[in-house]
Design a protein. Structure first.
Length: 113
């Protein structure tokens, strides 16, 4: 079984979904802290998209060797959700601490609307 950690990027299959939820096989970044990850059978994640728009509710992540992304991507922070670790497939890479801080800050902004 995989052990996704905060900041890790994994391929997951998000289906089944309803309405405007992100669907299909796509990369997600684990945003839940490792204390939660160690104690609960879920992970809090945000999906990524290759459609970079730089809009509110998103954090841009340029492709690097460390994060394993094939193209520059946006983290869809407004699409935050919980997943079972059983959904996680291949690990792609890991984001930087600064990028994780940007995601957490954006999530905080979204929760104050």
């Amino acid at each position: 079984m995989t052990d996704p950690r905060q900041g890790d990027i994994f391929w997951v299959v998000l289906d089944p979904v309803l309405g405007s939820e992100q669907a299909g096989k796509r990369p997600v970044v684990v945003v839940s802290g490792n204390t939660l990850n160690d104690g609960m059978p879920i992970r809090i994640v945000c999906p990524l998209t290759g459609r970079v728009m730089g809009k509110s509710g998103r954090v841009s992540i340029p492709k690097t060797k460390a994060n394993g992304l094939k193209k520059d991507s946006d983290v869809l922070v407004f699409q935050v959700r919980t997943l079972s670790p059983l959904r996680f497939r291949d690990k792609i890479g890991h984001i930087t601490g600064a990028q994780m801080q940007s995601i957490v800050a954006t999530l905080g902004e979204l929760l104050t609307y």
